[in-house]
Design a protein around this ligand. Structure first.
Ligand SMILES: Cc1cc2nc3c(=O)[nH]c(=O)nc-3n(C[C@H](O)[C@H](O)[C@H](O)COP(=O)(O)O)c2cc1C
Length: 205
């Protein structure tokens, strides 16, 4: 892994607050600042095997990590069957990794609409046109459909399609990995107790 020595040392020597949400707030972009980092979203596949893909972190609201997707997608079906997930975010240049495991619930329509309006035009169009039928077309036909959609809508603001949806992960476990070039990496492993407080253990990196 490539690390910037100054940052890596700062990361490994950083604080270990009693509340991991405080540390998450320090590591994640401020709420509302776009774009968020990418994260590997792991769900439980309908066949019982892990199922993983990359999504954008739409926002961290101080308690939950939000992401957005097509409600016809595989991940949406998997979350309907088992509303639990793990997200992994890595910042190689800062020698940091955050793994969050938790319970997933859909966000409100209002939250989903706000997230849609914060997406780039490209991603807004993608949410409209990128469906299973289109995927089966040739590359030329896919581009044509894209161009036709753009020509039809012009520069007008887009509303989210009815298939646009959002989810939020409420952490049960949070694992903060902190690397170093001049010493051992380590992890802060937090687990939420039933009373809402957090148990903290130091793990090797
Ligand atoms: C960098 C990157 C960012 C992505 N962001 C999202 C996203 O925010 N939401 C989304 O639904 N898919 C996103 N995708 C596409 C997903 O990785 C995935 O291919 C798609 O959502 C279908 O996943 P599923 O079949 O497992 O549901 C992104 C892909 C990449 C490479």
């Amino acid at each position: 892994m490539t690390t910037l020595p100054g940052q890596a040392t700062a990361a490994v020597d950083g604080p270990s607050p009693a509340d991991p949400l405080e540390l998450a707030a320090a590591w994640l972009p401020a709420d509302g600042s776009a774009p968020g980092p990418t994260m590997t979203l792991s769900t439980i596949g309908l066949d019982g095997y892990p199922s993983a893909r990359t999504v954008l972190l739409s926002r961290f609201d101080g308690q939950r990590l939000h992401f957005h997707t097509d409600t016809r997608s595989r991940k949406a079906a998997e979350l309907a069957a088992a509303p639990r997930a793990c997200v992994t975010i890595v910042w190689p240049e800062a020698a940091r990794q955050l793994v969050v495991t938790g319970d997933v619930a859909p966000v409100t329509d209002r939250e989903a609409r706000l997230a849609y309006s914060a997406r780039t035009r490209y991603l807004q169009v993608l949410a409209w046109v990128n469906d299973t039928d289109l995927a089966a077309e040739t590359a030329a036909a896919r581009r044509q459909r894209w161009a036709a959609f753009d020509a039809e809508r012009g520069e007008r603001p887009l509303e989210p399609p009815t298939t646009w949806g959002g989810y939020a992960v409420t952490p049960r476990r949070m694992l903060f990995w902190r690397g170093a070039t001049d010493g051992p990496s380590n992890r802060l492993a937090y687990e939420r107790r039933s009373d809402g407080s957090w148990r903290l253990e130091a793990w090797p990196g």
